[in-house]
Design a protein around this ligand. Structure first.
Ligand code: GLN
Length: 475
C-alpha cells in the first residue's frame, strides 16, 4: 500500500481530515523504519525546520548542496563536512514561507559530480527498488527517500541530468526547469551556466505543485529570469490530441538497452493512442553533446571550486609548513577522486594553448545544439526520448570506469546545454523489476506543457502506483 501523494495530503489538510502533526509523525516513522537500509539522508533533523503551518505542511527533504541557514551543507564532501550555511537559499526560504517543513538533507555525489551517488564521501545510498543497486545521481538521496516513501517530495539539482537520472532509476517524476526559472541563490555552484534546482516527486501533479512553490524571479540571483512564474498545474487534465511529439533519431542511436528501447516504443504507441502526433526530428549535433558537456561542466567547476582553499571555507589541513602547502594539503585531503579529476580536466581545457581547441570548441557545439533544438521545436511541441540508456546498475559496476559513468548522461545533458526544461517520468520496468524513465523536453518556459503531456501518459498507464516492496513496510 502506498501513502497519499503530496497533493492528496494537501487536500486532506484543506478539509482538516489530517493535521500537519499527524503527517509529520507518519513520515518520521517511515524514516525510522527505512532509513537504516536506504541511507538517503546526510542528516535527519530532530525537529523539522518550519516557520508556519498551511495546506502545504507536508515534509520535504533538501539535497545537501542547498543552504538551510544554521544547518550543515556538506555537498557530499569531506571538504564541507563541517560547513554550516550562514544564510538561507531562496528555495528554502520560499518553502518555509509556504509552510513546508524541511525534515533533512539528502546524500549526493560529491559536489553533484556523478551519476550514481557513489561519489559521496559520506555514505552509500541504496535504490529502494533493489538495494544492491545505485539510486542514480547526483541527487540519489533525494530520489531514494521519495521512492522509499520516507517523504513525499524533495528538491534536487540538475547540471547534466542529476534530477532526471535518479528519478528514472527510482521510478519518480523529476523536473529540470528552464535555466533561470528557479533561483539558485544558496545552491552550491558546480557549473553555473548549467545548474538548476527542481522537484522530485511520485506524481506529475505533485511535481507541478512543488515547482509552483519554488519558482519565480529573485533579486538575489542575477541569472534568475524576470518572468513571473505561471501556474504550472494550469494545463493538467487537458487532452493532448493533436500535440506533436518529436522523436530525435540521434538520441535513439546512443547505445540504448533493448528493454529501455522496448518501453520507449510502447510509450510512443500509448501517446499515439492518446491522439498525439509522433514526428521524427533531427538533432545532428547530439552525438557531440556529451563531450561538449564534460568540457564546459569541468571548466566551470574548476573555477567554482577554486574557492575551497582552506582559508575561507571548509576543510583546512592540520599540517603545512607554508601557505602553498596549506592550499595543496587542504585540497588534497578535502576533495575526492572524481572532483580532482574534474578540476584537472577543466583547468586543462581552459589553459592557454588548449582553450581554443577544447573550451571554445565546446561552446560552439553548444550554440549549434541550441539552434537545432529551436528548429526541432518548429516541427514539434515537445521532444521525447528515454531518460537514460540503461536502468539502475549494481554498486561498483561503473565506478571504476569514469567514461562508462559519463555515458549514462548522454540523453540528459542537451537540456542543460540548451537551457530548456526537461522532465523524466516512469514508463515501465525491465525484466529485473527496475524502473525505466521517459524524458520529455520542452521549449524554454514551457514547463506547464511538459506537465500536461506527462500527466496524460501517467494517468493512462499508471506506472506510478507500483511501489518498491520496501516502500510498503510500515512501523
Ligand atoms: N552526471 C553528470 C555529471 O557528473 C551530471 C551531474 C549533475 O547533473 N549534477 O556532471
Amino acid at each position: 500500500m502506498s501513502s497519499p501523494s503530496a497533493s492528496e495530503w494537501s487536500q486532506q489538510l484543506a478539509v482538516q481530515s489530517a493535521s500537519p502533526q499527524e503527517i509529520l509523525h507518519y513520515y518520521q516513522q517511515q524514516i525510522a523504519v527505512k532509513e537504516p537500509v536506504i541511507q538517503g539522508f546526510t542528516e535527519v533533523f530532530e525537529t523539522p525546520v518550519q516557520s508556519q503551518q498551511s495546506i502545504y505542511s507536508i515534509p520535504l527533504a533538501l539535497k545537501d548542496n542547498i543552504c538551510l541557514e544554521g544547518y550543515r551543507t556538506t555537498c557530499g564532501s569531506k571538504m564541507l563536512q563541517n560547513f554550516f550555511a550562514p544564510y538561507q537559499a531562496t528555495v528554502a526560504q520560499k518553502l518555509l514561507a509556504a509552510g513546508v517543513p524541511i525534515v533533512g538533507k539528502t546524500n549526493m555525489d560529491e559536489f553533484a559530480m556523478g551519476s550514481s551517488t557513489e561519489n559521496s564521501a559520506l555514505k552509500q545510498t541504496r535504490n529502494p527498488w533493489q538495494t544492491d543497486c545505485v539510486p542514480g545521481g547526483s541527487s540519489g538521496g533525494s530520489a531514494a527517500v521519495v521512492a522509499a516513501d520516507e517523504v513525499p517530495w524533495s528538491l534536487g539539482s540538475d547540471t547534466g541530468g542529476s534530477i532526471r537520472l535518479p528519478a528514472a532509476f527510482c521510478g519518480l517524476v523529476g523536473m529540470k526547469p528552464t535555466y533561470g526559472r528557479v533561483s539558485r541563490y544558496g545552491l552550491v555552484a558546480y557549473a553555473s551556466s548549467l545548474d538548476q534546482i527542481g522537484p522530485m516527486t511520485r506524481t506529475v501533479a505533485d511535481n507541478a505543485l512543488l515547482l509552483n512553490l519554488i519558482a519565480g524571479p529573485d533579486p538575489q540571483d542575477s541569472t534568475c529570469l524576470p518572468e513571473p512564474a505561471p501556474d504550472f498545474s494550469a494545463l493538467l487534465g487537458q487532452e493532448i490530441k493533436g500535440l506533436r511529439l518529436g522523436v530525435p533519431e540521434e538520441m535513439l542511436s546512443q547505445g540504448i538497452d533493448p528493454e529501455v528501447r522496448q518501453a520507449f516504443d510502447a510509450a510512443l504507441k500509448q501517446y499515439a493512442a492518446l491522439g498525439a502526433e509522433i514526428v521524427p526530428v533531427r538533432l545532428p549535433t547530439v552525438p557531440y553533446s556529451l563531450a561538449a558537456y564534460y568540457l564546459i561542466a569541468t571548466s566551470e567547476a574548476s573555477s567554482n571550486l577554486a574557492r575551497y582553499d582552506g582559508v575561507s571555507y571548509g576543510h583546512r589541513a592540520a599540517k603545512a609548513r607554508n601557505l602553498t602547502e596549506m592550499y595543496v594539503n587542504s585540497r588534497s585531503e578535502g576533495f575526492g577522486m572524481e572532483v580532482k579529476r574534474r578540476i584537472m580536466l577543466g583547468t586543462f581545457a581552459l589553459s592557454s594553448g588548449y582553450y581554443d581547441a577544447y573550451y571554445l570548441k565546446a561552446l560552439k557545439v553548444r550554440t549549434l545544439l541550441i539552434q537545432e533544438f529551436q528548429q526541432a521545436f518548429e516541427q514539434a511541441d515537445v521532444l521525447i526520448s528515454p531518460t537514460s540508456p540503461c536502468c539502475a546498475f549494481p554498486f561498483g559496476a561503473r565506478s571504476e570506469d569514469p567514461l562508462q559513468m559519463y555515458l549514462t548522461d548522454i540523453l540528459t545533458v542537451s537540456a542543460n546545454l540548451t537551457g530548456m526544461p526537461a522532465l523524466s517520468l516512469p514508463c515501465g520496468f525491465n525484466s529485473q523489476g527496475l524502473p525505466i524513465g521517459l524524458q520529455l523536453m520542452g521549449k524554454a518556459l514551457d514547463e506547464a506543457r511538459l506537465y500536461q503531456v506527462a500527466e496524460a501518459y501517467e494517468q493512462a498507464c499508471r506506472w506510478h502506483v507500483q511501489r518498491p516492496e520496501m516502500a510498503g513496510q510500515t512501523a
